[in-house]
Design a protein around this ligand. Structure first.
Ligand code: GLV
Length: 322
């Protein structure tokens, strides 16, 4: 009998067709998010799962899934998966690194430009029929070219963002837990600085760290207070990396220039106060969402699942001890 697997949310037809060559596939193509109880129920007899960041995979769930051997996330981030609990139960966990770097970097630039040049704010105004003529002082924005870009987290995505900054003749600074090789710094034209220097010098600060206890609220009141008062904060990394309450207070008090946000704490429950800021660009966690990239992410996750259940060696294994 072929192993049974669950696909927890809607995926592309080719993803399902590929999985069906190896497994008996149950898929939630209606895409209604599953409650933890529904997820446990559906996983009770499965050996594998293709998951998304909307499903929490923790010890409580795993205790109800005795046959589960692999959880393959369709995302590079895996903060929805308790890796320790997976390892303890011998469940392999995988993610989808690499395939989304360029699309996420492109979108980071969309947020940077839209926030600095007031694209969504002016478009909403135009659509509301308010444009009566050209004015010299209309929607004055902030220049991106020749500005200083600060990157917190110069991993794969951060590096792709840095490389794109060259076209805007920017000074690029970065901070990481550890300094990168001279070769990487040169290829990104990025200079390593302390966290305090990054905060103090960046005109645009963009975040590309994974979410973990170490990066929880890495940007909060104290960090926002060190930023220039015209600086723009960009978050296309994860909700929780920024303390949203502190960011809202900084915006209310005009302590920073604006923000471009694709991710939020407690998403999709958006803090409604964000909607009131004209200098904030808001998008619904779509940084990796180009047609090609989302197809590639789903297929890579499916390949991980096939490899996990056939060879025990998925290419993007996150917990080798499992
Ligand atoms: C999306 O947020 C991802 O982690 O891939």
């Amino acid at each position: 009998m072929r192993p049974k697997v669950l696909v927890t949310r809607e995926v592309f037809d080719e993803t399902l067709e590929y999985l069906a060559r190896f497994f008996e596939v149950e898929s939630n193509q209606s895409d209604a998010p599953l409650t933890p109880a529904q997820l446990a129920d559906r996983l009770a007899d499965k050996e594998g799962a293709l998951t998304t960041l909307s499903e929490r995979v923790d010890a409580a769930l795993l205790a109800q899934c005795p046959t589960l051997k692999a959880v393959c996330n369709i995302a590079v981030g895996f903060n929805n998966i308790d890796l320790k609990a997976c390892t303890e139960r011998g469940v392999m966990a995988t993610n989808t690194p690499g395939v989304l770097d360029d699309s996420t970097a492109d979108f980071t630039w969309a947020l940077i430009l839209a926030t600095a040049r007031r694209v969504t704010e002016s478009e909403a105004w135009l659509r509301a029929g308010q444009w009566s003529g050209w004015k010299l002082k209309q929607f004055l924005g902030t220049d991106v070219h020749h500005a200083t870009l600060g990157i917190l987290g110069l991993g794969r995505i951060g590096q792709a963002v840095a490389r794109r900054a060259r076209g805007f003749d920017m000074t690029v600074l970065y901070h990481n837990t550890r300094r990168l090789s001279e070769e990487v710094e040169k290829s990104c034209h990025a200079a390593y600085v302390s966290m305090d220097e990054l905060l103090a010098r960046a005109d645009i600060l963009t975040l590309h760290v994974p979410y973990s206890p170490a990066t929880h609220h890495i940007i909060g009141a104290a960090q926002l207070a060190k930023m220039k008062n015209m600086a723009i904060l960009i978050n296309a990394a994860r909700g929780g990396v920024v303390d949203d309450q502190d960011l809202i207070e900084a915006l209310q008090q005009g302590r920073i220039g604006g923000a471009g946000l694709d991710v939020f704490e407690n998403e999709p429950k958006l803090d409604q106060r964000f909607l009131g800021f004209k200098n904030v660009v808001l998008t619904p966690h779509i940084a990796s969402s180009s047609e090609t990239t989302r197809r590639n992410m789903a297929m890579l996750a499916a390949e991980n699942l096939v490899a996990a259940l056939t060879t025990g060696k998925p290419p993007n294994l996150l917990n080798p001890p499992a």
